[in-house]
Design a protein. Sequence first.
Length: 390
Amino acid sequence: MRRLPVPPHIAPRRVLVAALALLALSACDQGGGQAQQEGAPRQRQAIPVGVFQVKPEPVTIGETFIGRIEAVQRIEIRARVTGFLQERLFREGEIVDQGKPLFRIEPQIYQAIVEQRRADLARAEAERENATVQLRRAQELVQRNNIAEATVDERQAAARTAEAGVLQAQAALRQAEIDLSYTEIRAPIAGRIGLALFDVGDLVNPESGPLAELVTRDPIHVLFQVSQRTLLDAQRAAGDEGLDANDFVVRVMLPDDTEYPHPGSVNFVGITVSQQTDTVPIRAEVPNPQEMLRDGQFVRVLIQPKQAELAITIPQAAIQADQQGNFVLGVDGEDKVRILRVETGETLEQGRVVVRSGLKEGDRVVIQGIQQVRPGASVQPSPVDPNQGA
């Protein structure tokens, strides 16, 4: 087949089109190569996290119990004689000194009894004096054989009877004076007195019940129960040196979860175990100068050893849990995340937890950026303050 000749004015145009097509193909090749380069897998960058390098530090670990405040002395003010209340000599709720008059029972009847007993004593003393004179006269007469010996014996017996009558009258007078003194009821101890349970004009007697209650203020007792297991653990920790109450300090936590400012000390450990609760009673004595603690109040009691122990602690927020137990995320020498299984202990202040096992000195624990990493991930660790939490 014969080709037709290309006109001269068309040939340059075809050459231009072919050149433009080659340029377009070259651009497509370059664009495809760039897309392929961008689609290639990139190497992941290390994730920045905050870590805490653990080390043992002195901590004071204690046990918490529920305790009850009890006054060192609680006295019920009672009437010791029968009579009508004449006066109440205190303001309810005030502090009273030892010996202060609190109540006065009408004393007139008892004053009359005292006067009667004094008269009885005077009569008995007169009878004794007469019997003594009669005995002396009889002894003089018997020496001159003017009376019989039997008469002297009778007068000796009469003299001894008169002496006994004097002793009896003296005892009756003392009893009457004691009863008279009981008409004025005084505070047996210093303390704060409560409500008056009887009013002026009421008839009271020893069977009437307490007229008021008086309690001491400072110091004050805290009573709580400790299980046998806790006590045995403390004894084992003490070792051969034995468990000494002086090695512990008692801190009281008030109902508003604040710490009472005055620590106390254990002054009694029970000698028997309760069969109902399997616990041992413990009593501590705590200063109470501002009377922030009141008799009958329930509080939390924290017992801590006076000497701190070395332990590893971490922020509580760094601890996670799964079906196998508690763990933390640690960073190894290659700056990769790995799981560290831990056994936790007591919770301390500022949200820190004691780690009993699973960590050693120098381990790095992730406490910031925990949600951004997984085990095996490469991280860029930087030290942070552990008190900032996770």
